[in-house]
Design a protein around this ligand. Structure first.
Ligand SMILES: Cc1cc2nc3c(=O)[nH]c(=O)nc-3n(C[C@H](O)[C@H](O)[C@H](O)COP(=O)(O)O)c2cc1C
Length: 208
């Protein structure tokens, strides 16, 4: 499907039909998330993919309007880091060295840049910076799902403490930023018939 058609086809589903999505499509969507860009390539996040039906239902009380959660096929939970410590950056550099066959010396300017970035950010700014990176992943996941003709609904409407407790998220070093429910739209979800509301291009884009 053409990507603009896919973006017009998708909408934020309020009720899925309960059917499970094929694992090949799920894996393609997750791979699109893995390939997302991130600032300095640090990927300060990871995904939890909830596919077990009983586990999904257990999460329902953590959502304010859980109709999507009750009926979805899978839930992708985006977890971002709340602090980036030296060990994390060291591990990132070891990974680059292994993947690209370069030396630490060759990466010294890059490493310095990252140190400066991390040293300048307050803890709150670092948390917010990492959260922003996870929203880029969310965009990739939504786009990929639409191209795979899989429906989705991004969700921030959850009780973070409860959801983090249910999913055993280590609150000392990470937080849940956003959730993406996946599945197939239910035939009686009225939202599929609503016209898309977006700013007109001239209010959204200014060419200079
Ligand atoms: C970060 C984010 C969080 C959202 N949270 C919710 C949510 O908790 N519940 C919900 O029903 N829709 C949620 N939405 C969906 C938006 O309301 C929806 O994308 C917007 O109204 C545009 O409609 P459309 O996606 O159907 O085109 C969220 C969207 C984004 C991007």
């Amino acid at each position: 499907m053409n990507y603009l058609d896919a973006l017009n086809w998708r909408y934020s589903v309020k009720k899925f039909d309960g059917k499970k999505i094929p694992s090949e499509k799920l894996n393609n969507i997750l791979e699109a998330g893995r390939l997302s860009v991130s600032s300095q390539g640090l990927q300060p996040y990871h995904l939890l993919v909830v596919e077990n039906e009983a586990t999904i239902q257990k999460l329902v009380p953590a959502f304010y309007n859980p109709s999507q959660i009750k009926t979805c096929s899978h839930l992708i939970v985006l977890v971002s880091k709340t602090n980036i410590n030296k060990a994390y950056v060291d591990n990132y550099f070891s990974h680059i060295i292994n993947e690209r066959g370069v030396t630490l010396e060759q990466l010294s300017a890059f490493r310095k840049n990252i140190n400066v970035l991390l040293e300048t950010l307050t803890p709150k700014e670092m948390e917010s910076w990492a959260e922003k990176q996870s929203y880029i992943v969310l965009g990739s996941l939504i786009m990929a799902a639409a191209l795979e003709q899989i429906d989705s609904c991004p969700m921030e409407g959850f009780k973070a403490d409860l959801l983090e407790e249910f999913l055993d998220v280590d609150k000392k070093s990470e937080k849940i930023t956003v959730v993406l429910a996946l599945g197939y739209r239910a035939a009686d979800d009225p939202f599929q018939d609503f016209k898309k509301v977006r700013k007109p291009a001239d209010k959204f884009i200014k060419f200079l």
